[in-house]
Design a protein around this ligand. Sequence first.
Ligand SMILES: [Zn+2]
Length: 371
Amino acid sequence: MTQTIYLALTHDWELRGDGSGDIEEIQFAPLRRLLAIYEKAGARTTFLPDVMQQLRFRSLQDEHPELKRAADSWDEHAQEAYARGHDIQLHLHSQWSNVEYENGRWQLRGDWSLLNYDQDMATKMISDSRSYLENALHPVDPQYRCVAFRASALALAPSAHLLSSLAALGIEIDVSVAGGVYLNNDTLQLDYRTCEEGFLPYYPRMDDARRISNQQEPIVCVPLNHFYGSRRLVTKQNLALAKARFSSTEKTTAGPARLDSQSTGLARVYEKLIAPAIKRKHFVSDTGRLNYPLMCEMLASIRQRARESGLAKVPVVLTNHPKDIRDWAGLERFVGEVADAPDLKFITLSELAEKIRSGEFRVRTAETSHR
Ligand SMILES: [Zn+2]
């Protein structure tokens, strides 16, 4: 059987989680650089802008001309990416729901997890953000529709109402669920260690997207891919990162933006260097945070699981955070090799949703096995 793996390269395009960061440096410049890399490889990908951020910039732009300039440029970059064949779909950081802007700095006071908002508040954030995107892109393409969603910090489940609200707003696929992710700190609590499907698209139970429904549902979860890196490569990447951090002056902002910010020095050494050497390490498939050898392991893991599925066509969603890209040369090499591989194709999230709608991609229910 010939098998084709459809890779959806996606990007969470946003400022840091606490609202900090220079927008030109961490959003606009990396987007332009990515577009150049993708153009060379003929790759069409998907950008998932945090639209809550943009709504806040717009809401204060009359008093703060620098916010208007940035917001206008945000629109232009999104439109340019779309005009060049990429897809733009919805991501949002709920922490922008309650903000202050003083002396050119944002204070974000809203809860980081959509799961902690009631149905009306969550629906309003999603609906306002979706409308903003559609209005921004309709001048480029009147047919544009927002059909795919990724939640703030991947927090989608469990929720009694979130999936139904998304479906009611026209969202056909969610790409938030990454098996194995576990967060439990002051900012976020999330437990995806027991997801019933970590690889193939499935109909989620409407009250808990970690579980597979036994029937067709109005929305499909396409897992955000994850894999386990080998001890050798994980240790190597960590040593390189530690060295880079040591030799550069500390310029990254600490704070809730970094999920591991709680770790103290010693705990960090254990977590980063020793623990991974003991067991294989869990990774979300993020082409911005992996170096080239780990991207190769990620791809080997994807091919292995695709083979095991026995399906002729397998869609796989990867992510990237342009603000954090570590290995630009490695990313470019990876994208070029995917473009040349006969068993791999790039796909946008709109195309992925369309192939699910048409039945070209199989969607699991609890009653069907992989095959
Ligand atoms: Zn994000």
